[in-house]
Design a protein around this ligand. Sequence first.
Ligand SMILES: *Cc1c(COP(=O)(O)O)cnc(C)c1O
Length: 463
Amino acid sequence: MSRSAHPAGPRHADVLPEGHYAGPPADLNHLDAKVWARTVQRGQDGQITVGGLSVGQLAEQVGTPAYIVDEADFRARCRAWVEAFGSDADVFYAGKAFLSRAVVRWLHEEGLNLDVCSGGELATALSAGMPAERIAFHGNNKSEDEIRRAVEVGVGRIVLDSFQEIVRVAHIAQSLGKRQRVQIRVTVGVEAHTHEFIATAHEDQKFGIALAGGQAAEAVRRALRLDGLELIGIHSHIGSQIFDMAGFEVSARRVVQLLAEVRDEHGIELPEIDLGGGLGIAYTSADDPREPHHIAKALNEIVSRECEAAGLATPRISVEPGRAIVGPTAFTLYQVGTVKPLEGLRTYVSVDGGMSDNIRTALYDAEYSVSLASRTSEAEPMLSRVVGKHCESGDIVVRDAFLPADIAPGDLLAVPATGAYCRSMANNYNHALRPPVVAVRDGEARVIVRRETEEDLLRLDVG
Ligand SMILES: *Cc1c(COP(=O)(O)O)cnc(C)c1O
């Protein structure tokens, strides 16, 4: 997420990795298992199906655009993470990727914990029965009300993000007669994005307290002095859409180094470290994400090795995958409205959603793939750009796509890997109505977040 979009729209050479422009795939009808939810396939009639339901049936039942979640896949990914890390570690799902009450129940049932970073996320988690002790509260500027609520309900941990917050949380906990379990979020001087990481001394960003210059050690000192706080560990989150474990290696080493300093200075070994989330998923066939068991093995090895070298007992590890759990489990289903061939350039295919349901392309130049979902086609591949219906030329869903040349209004398109940071970042630009989230499982579709209505919009507009 290091790139910033050019206001006039990015030029390819600026933003796309070399070798990206690979030309059309051999078979436009093929669905690459890497980017699609597990139960997705093409049915006999050529339609994409998920959980045994065809996109035609889904469009009829819930309309378009809609986010379609493969519940079995979501649960399977939860289990894979929990099993990979075992009983000596904790998996926290990062709720900001996508949160709803059904999701909270799935997480609870599958044995995960939950990260929240706002009062709204906390309210959603509690209202669906997530035990407070399994919730971690994050954020770089939690309000006093948010902190008070979190302490009152008894969240398992608050992740402290600044010197002010150390005092603020301690004060609130004490005034409530409580001792709040906390971690301190540190910045380790590692910035990781996709296939690269940069190790630096300082990080120029708003989160956490720097290890550099003894800042984090000072934060520990202050937290240990305050009666309202029980300092249980150190937290580090290094980036997003990361494929390479090398950034985690540097981060774990630096966090363990701090644990050793804390032991030397205070004579205590903090019992936990949290290595954050940020694990990458496949948005297109070019991405090669690691499996949870591989990630768990690598992280456990790094932490044990570093702790052994420092003469520390291995702390309890936690991780916070968001995207890696929910991202691949959903696709967005759209209907084509217009098709506009631009001679010598490309064909613009407009769908009934856009930057209101997926802002990531406009915001980060995110890459997606897309498939004709309501049928197969033997037509020639046609260089296309899938765009939305909003009043911005940057309203792009898929920048470069090959679609069959016979694509026509009424066709359904599916954009895979939209489970994370799409519905959760959805907005009402142009007074768009945010699409529903529909969970499919064993041949049944269940709306878990309904479509917004004009009534919903007008309810907030009090005149
Ligand atoms: C965003 C975030 C995550 C989750 O990131 P993903 O890329 O979705 O895995 C985890 N922990 C913290 C502190 C975060 O801010």
